[in-house]
Ligand binder design. Structure first.
Ligand SMILES: Cc1ncc(COP(=O)(O)O)c(C=O)c1O
Length: 402
């Protein structure tokens, strides 16, 4: 057998940008719940919600079917209505903006900060001022802790105090991140915090999500709306026909999660600290290598912040190097490295252009970021030899394309 040379792939593995890790304890936890009396609407859901509150420092938590459902419920529970304006970042998953559209509100965007890739408070304030000149008030801001780097929450809070909007943290990328040495910052700053437990996230329930907050009445509305708007709360019933009796005061959905998904979530959540440490080790490896090559821009971490590295967004200066991102992407696929781009700017989606009049050039920093960004593999199961293969492949491919 020929010895393995440096640029050979360790095995015939395929590397995607993110991937779950499921161990025997996870499987055991799900099996136990499958054997119990409750597959859904049972006690494991509350246990998971309790575990989320303890870990992320919120007083209230509601687990839901997925992160998109969580955003929809937040929009409803915060009372967004037709013609309300909701501002988010153009560099996010569609759902951060779609949640405004679901309730008839008008989505808008503020450009990202060049260093943090999160919503830029200066751009946001400029937008808020434009609306205020036209006597329009912005109802809410959905700030996204993109890739796992927290937004500038102090700046967002002071804008909230000045302009009086509701503040939502789309926190799907950031569990485990720290803002000013605080892992439990999310519910302290935002009125509502949205999470997703999709398999590429830090911990998974298959599909799943949660809404965290410190607001009891908001949480009550989320819990009612996730289950058709049904209530048995005697204090608001119009009448009471008996113990079976329920009423519906507003229309809700079936956005419930199951007990066996929550069993997986409880078991997964126990491992988040270890998994974040490994993500940070991987990031350090990438930082050291790509940081000294001026063809790349590595993700910056602001002072007093700790990144959770859901993603490792690497920028390659394709424009200056005169290299096609499309060709680079395909060449990496030939090497079994399945990169992804996070994200196609939301305002450039045909739906947003056609319905709300956004166009190319509206958010230039986001658009330039999109041209350069590639999310390279970032998940705890990556071995050091995998990292060697991935980084060599990126650099060699870029060298050869020229
Ligand atoms: C920032 C952000 N918001 C919302 C969502 C939606 O979450 P889900 O896929 O669980 O519906 C995602 C999922 O990818 C996300 O990354």
């Amino acid at each position: 057998m020929k010895p393995k040379t440096d640029n050979q792939q360790p095995t015939t593995k395929t590397y995607s940008y993110g991937k779950q890790t499921i161990d025997d304890a996870d499987i055991q936890s799900v099996v136990e719940t499958l054997k119990s009396d409750w597959l859904t609407q049972g006690p494991t859901i509350q246990k998971f919600e309790q575990a989320l509150n303890e870990k992320f420092g919120s007083k209230y938590g509601s687990a839901v079917a997925n992160g998109t459902a969580g955003l929809h419920l937040i929009a409803m529970a915060l009372g967004w209505k037709k013609d309300d304006i909701v501002i988010t970042s153009p560099i996010t998953f569609l759902a951060s903006a779609n949640c405004a559209v679901y309730v008839g509100a008008t989505p808008d965007f503020a450009d990202i900060n060049e260093l943090t890739y999160t919503i830029d408070p200066n751009e946001l304030e400029w937008k808020l001022k434009q609306y205020s000149i036209r006597n329009r008030k912005v109802k809410a801001v959905v700030a996204v802790d993109y890739a796992g780097h927290p937004c500038d929450w102090d700046a967002l809070r002071s804008l909230q105090n000045k302009y009086g909007f509701q503040l939502v943290n789309d926190y799907c990328h950031a569990p485990g991140a720290e803002y000013k040495n605080d892992l439990q910052y999310a519910a302290k700053y935002a009125d509502a915090v949205n999470m997703s437990f999709h398999p590429v996230k830090h911990f998974t329930t298959g599909e799943g999500g949660a809404v965290l907050s410190n607001d009891e009445s908001l949480d009550y509305r989320i819990k009612t709306l996730r289950s058709h708007g049904m209530t048995k709360d005697e204090s608001i019933l119009e009448k009471n026909d008996g113990p079976w009796y329920y009423e519906m005061h507003e229309v809700g959905f079936n956005y419930r999660i199951t007990d066996f998904q929550c069993a997986l979530g409880i078991s997964q959540l126990k491992k988040i600290d270890r998994s974040i440490l490994r993500r940070r080790e991987i990031a350090k490896f990438y930082d050291e290598l790509f940081g000294k090559d001026d063809r790349f821009i590595i993700p910056n971490v602001s002072e007093d912040y700790k990144h959770a590295y859901h993603l490792y967004p690497l920028q390659i200066k394709f424009d200056e190097l005169n290299v096609s991102k499309k060709i680079f992407f395909s060449k990496m696929k030939e090497k079994n490295i399945l990169l992804q781009v996070h994200y196609v700017p939301v305002h450039l989606q045909p739906f947003y252009k056609n319905n709300f009049g956004f166009k190319h050039g509206d958010f230039p920093i986001a658009e330039k970021f999109y041209e350069r960004e590639l999310s390279i593999p970032m998940y705890p199961a990556l071995l050091n030899e995998d990292l060697g293969y991935i980084t060599r492949s990126i650099i060699e491919t870029l060298d050869k394309i020229k």
